[in-house]
Design a protein around this ligand. Structure first.
Ligand code: RFL
Ligand code: PHB
Length: 391
């Protein structure tokens, strides 16, 4: 098989890249280890920044988002006895949208299916070859156990943090930066109307909590827990009690309404950046190149921003033989990646406790300043609502 761009991974990065490339007249094949059903059902991110919404709108992919998504003006910052609203629209003129990654994926798959995009699901043994030539290719084993080869002008590694793309770059070429955090997030999905109109990020001596949502009838909530936590060991009552305490149930009459928990999982948190995001004809995008802790809600948005830069760069290289944008892709993408890496680290360290009393006093002072100073709130708002793609 031959195509112009071989895309490894049918996550948001790979799917949107195939869509943007097609708009520029570039053909692609999307390869995925998981099944179509698994990819469609995966529960992950929930918050879209304004530039992500702008990109989806520019490709005509914002129909269901506008109908079913929830537009939020800002967020609440909470700590014992205090809750402050940060209005991003007033502060920086931009809003954010609650619209699950599951829904974004569904819209992208539907749009690609409608125009006959070639997907190959349930592959195994994906291997990348001749990346430093202008004839790179992939080999893999298909669902029927047959070995296959896909030749391309370029390969896009959109295969997440555990995929083979980054690992195919010879050691010594790139550099990695990493920070592991001594805590994890316990996330639940619950069939209950959100107890808040906008997201609540809560600092508490027991640990961080977040009240998010997926729709007017589905809530998504998170608790800071030790990384080795087994989600099965917490009863539903224990989960709701911890959430109520940390999120300020009873404070100024506010109440957290519990409901049936339909999904629970524990996710580790880390920051990770691999640089450069290109090796020869291999281009990395999304989680394949960088991971952020979820506190800043940046992972999905960064994946979208990467491919918004990568698609025109690949199109210019393939359609016109113009390599300038492809050559500067890594540097341009990384400028934004590092800004979001810093913001995600900053939000994480401001809101998660780790048993140090001195640090706890600094965190509360920081929260007070961010909530009450125009400069402090605008800084958070500018980063949270999202910087321009070309930042
Ligand atoms: P993905 O979504 O991981 O997709 C990679 C795809 O590659 C496939 N793959 C392979 N395919 C072929 N051959 C191989 N050998 C392959 N190996 C892997 C995988 O099966 C998969 O389908 O990466 P992508 O596209 O870069 O997208 C990144 C986002 O998914 C991720 O950053 C976000 O989900 C992170 N994140 C959040 N981001 C936000 O912007 N806002 C949020 O509110 C937010 N909340 C979250 C999150 C991530 C979470 N989890 C579970 C990690 C909340 C959670 C709970
Ligand atoms: C979510 O709704 O899953 C979510 C929202 C905001 C975050 C992280 C996760 O910062």
């Amino acid at each position: 098989m031959r195509t112009q761009v071989a895309i490894i991974g049918a996550g948001p990065a790979g799917l949107l890249l195939s869509h943007l490339l097609a708009a520029d007249g570039v053909e692609s094949v999307v390869l995925e280890t998981r099944s179509r059903e698994y990819v469609a059902a995966r529960i992950r991110a929930g918050l879209l920044e304004s530039s992500t919404v702008d990109i989806l709108a520019a490709c005509g992919l914002d129909g269901r988002l506008r109908e079913q998504g929830l537009e939020h003006r800002g967020i609440y910052l909470q700590w014992p006895e205090e809750r402050h609203h940060l209005d991003f629209v007033d502060l920086v003129g931009r809003s954010v949208w609650v619209y699950g990654q599951t829904e974004v994926t569904r819209d992208l798959v539907a749009a690609r299916d409608a125009v006959g995009q070639q997907f190959v699901y349930e592959i195994s043994d994906t291997a990348l070859h001749d990346l430093d030539s202008d004839r790179p290719y992939l080999t893999y084993v298909d669902v029927d156990g047959r070995e296959q080869r896909l030749d391309a002008d370029a390969i896009a590694g959109c295969d997440g943090s555990f995929g083979p793309s980054r690992k195919a770059i010879p050691s010594g070429v790139g550099q990695t930066w990493e920070r592991a955090y001594p805590f994890a997030w316990f996330g639940i999905l619950a069939d209950v109307a959100p107890s808040t109109d906008e997201l609540i990020y809560a600092w508490h001596p027991d640990g961080f909590a977040l009240h998010s949502m997926r729709s007017e009838s589905v809530s998504r909530l998170y608790l800071q827990v030790p990384p080795d936590t087994d989600p099965a060991t917490w009863s539903d009552d224990q989960i709701w009690e911890a959430l109520a305490r940390r999120l300020g149930h009873g404070q100024n009459g506010w109440q957290l309404h519990p409901g049936p928990i339909t999904d629970r999982s524990v996710l580790p948190m880390r920051s990770y950046v691999y640089e450069p995001m290109r090796y020869g004809r291999l281009f990395l995008a999304g989680d394949a190149a960088h991971i952020v802790p979820p506190t800043g809600a940046k992972g999905l948005n960064l994946a979208v921003a990467d491919v918004a830069l990568l698609a025109p760069a690949l199109a210019a290289m393939i359609n016109k033989g113009d390599h300038a944008a492809a050559d500067s892709y890594s540097e341009r993408a990384l400028r934004r990646v590092w800004r979001c890496t810093h913001f995600s680290w900053w939000m994480t360290t401001m809101l998660h406790t780790h048993g140090d009393d001195f640090d706890a006093q600094l965190q509360k002072s920081q929260l007070q300043w961010v909530s009450s100073s125009a400069a402090g709130s605008a800084g958070l708002a500018e980063n949270y609502a999202g910087l321009p793609i070309s930042y």
